[in-house]
Design a protein around this ligand. Structure first.
Ligand SMILES: NC(=O)c1ccc[n+]([C@@H]2O[C@H](COP(=O)([O-])OP(=O)(O)OC[C@H]3O[C@@H](n4cnc5c(N)ncnc54)[C@H](O)[C@@H]3O)[C@@H](O)[C@H]2O)c1
Length: 253
């Protein structure tokens, strides 16, 4: 169990990739704080982990606020005595459409949750990770933060900011023994998928169309992303920091 005795916090842990990651981290021995706006979903995940013999607590939060980022870190330190891994995974989608059809307020919201919130998370987590003598800060960015596509300008700008945040924080946090990396998934049929496709393409048709363009011939599964996050959380990536890792079935090759 590569995360034995570690404490891991996963935002957006109630659903999709974060949910898969919370379970994956727990199976590797981590004590997990499942943080989400969706309190019932977070509780369900924490209860499942405990039922399976692991250790987890749920905490309701809005990662868009500074006080909630501070509060989730406090939950980890008060419940488990410290924090080793912070996975800033919570994010929001943008329905695919042309720039003229995207309200500027939507751009602000995307940047607030997809870029500013991980920045707030890093700010809140730093003292706790430092107190442990080091740790791992992980973001879920997106292939959309690395590669352009039409009709997703606001989402892509928010995820592009997230990938640069990784590079910046890796340099700033490195001297404290804290590594900063991101997983950059391609499309995955989590609950978010239908929101991307809303009014653009029928979600099932879109999944088939997208899959045809991916060398490995399928979309990402939440577990694929959780496994990549586990790599960054664990000791096998001890000398890796500042990396935005495509989890994309070979698409960006
Ligand atoms: N699904 C995809 O195709 C895809 C592709 C690339 C990247 N991503 C990114 O992966 C991450 C996880 O997405 P997912 O596909 O698992 O989606 P999801 O909708 O299944 O899960 C997202 C979770 O984040 C939570 N959340 C949203 N806003 C929040 C807030 N303000 N505070 C706290 N929690 C909040 C939601 O309640 C939800 O549980 C996101 O950052 C997303 O942008 C998704």
């Amino acid at each position: 169990m590569i995360l034995a005795d570690k404490v891991a916090l996963v935002t957006g842990g109630a659903s999709g990739m974060g949910r898969a990651g919370a379970h994956r981290f727990a199976r590797e021995g981590a004590k997990v704080v499942v943080a989400d706006l969706n309190e019932a979903g977070a509780k369900e995940v924490a209860e499942q982990i405990v039922d399976q013999g692991g250790s987890a607590v749920a905490v309701s939060c809005d990662v868009g606020t500074e006080q909630d980022n501070i509060a989730v870190v406090r939950t980890a330190t008060e419940t488990y005595g410290g924090l080793d891994i912070f996975w800033a995974n919570a994010g929001i989608p943008q329905a695919f459409r042309r720039i003229a059809e995207i309200d500027p307020s939507e751009f602000d919201k995307l940047v607030a949750i997809n870029a500013r919130a991980p920045w707030l998370g890093a700010r809140a987590a730093l003292p706790a990770l430092q107190a442990r003598g080091g740790g791992s800060f992980i973001l879920t960015a997106s292939l959309s933060g690395l590669k352009g596509r039409p009709d997703a300008s606001a989402y892509q700008a928010s995820k592009g900011a997230a990938t640069m945040l990784v590079r910046s924080l890796a340099k700033e946090f490195g001297p404290y023994g804290i590594r900063v990396n991101s997983v950059c998934p391609i499309a995955s049929e989590t609950p978010m998928w239908a929101q991307f496709m809303n009014g653009y393409m029928e979600p099932d048709n879109a999944a088939n169309t997208f899959a045809q363009g991916i060398p490995l011939g399928r979309l990402a599964e939440p577990e694929d992303v959780a496994n990549a996050a586990l790599f960054f959380a664990g000791p096998d990536s001890a000398y890796i920091s500042g990396v935005n890792l495509p989890v994309d079935g070979g698409s960006s090759a």
